[in-house]
Design a protein. Structure first.
Length: 124
C-alpha cells in the first residue's frame, strides 16, 4: 500500500509540474507579439503620432488666430478710446470757451449797468 500511495503521489507531482511548466510557457510565449501584432502596434503608434501632430498644428493655428483676433480687438479698443478722448477734450475746450464767453458777457453787462447808473445818477 505504501508503495502504491508513493507512486500515485509521484505521478500527481509530475502532472502538476508539467501543468505548471506548460502554463508558464504559454504565458511567456503569449507575451511575445506575433508579426501581425507587431505590425498593428506600429500602425497604431504611427496613427497616434499623426493624430497628435495634427492636434498640435490645430491648436497652434488656433492660438495664432486668437492672437490675431486679440490684436484686432485691441486696435479697435484703442481707436474707440482715442475717439472718446478727442471728444472729451473738444468738449472741455468748448466748455472753457463758453465759460470765458459767459464771463466776458457778465463783465460787459455789469460795465454797461455801471455806465447806465452813472448817467442817471445826479452829478454832485
Amino acid at each position: 500500500m505504501f508503495t502504491n500511495r508513493l507512486s500515485i503521489l509521484l505521478v500527481l507531482a509530475a502532472l502538476i509540474s508539467i501543468a505548471a511548466l506548460t502554463v508558464q510557457e504559454a504565458v511567456a510565449t503569449s507575451a511575445i507579439p506575433s508579426g501581425l501584432e507587431v505590425e498593428q502596434m506600429v500602425q497604431s503608434r504611427t496613427a497616434d503620432a499623426a493624430r497628435w501632430t495634427a492636434m498640435g498644428e490645430y491648436y497652434q493655428s488656433r492660438a495664432e488666430a486668437e492672437s490675431l483676433h486679440l490684436v484686432r480687438a485691441r486696435a479697435a479698443d484703442a481707436a474707440r478710446w482715442g475717439a472718446m478722448a478727442a471728444y472729451y477734450q473738444e468738449l472741455e475746450t468748448s466748455q472753457k470757451q463758453n465759460l470765458a464767453r459767459g464771463r466776458a458777457a457778465d463783465a460787459a453787462r455789469w460795465t454797461a449797468m455801471a455806465a447806465y447808473y452813472e448817467l442817471i445818477a445826479p452829478a454832485r
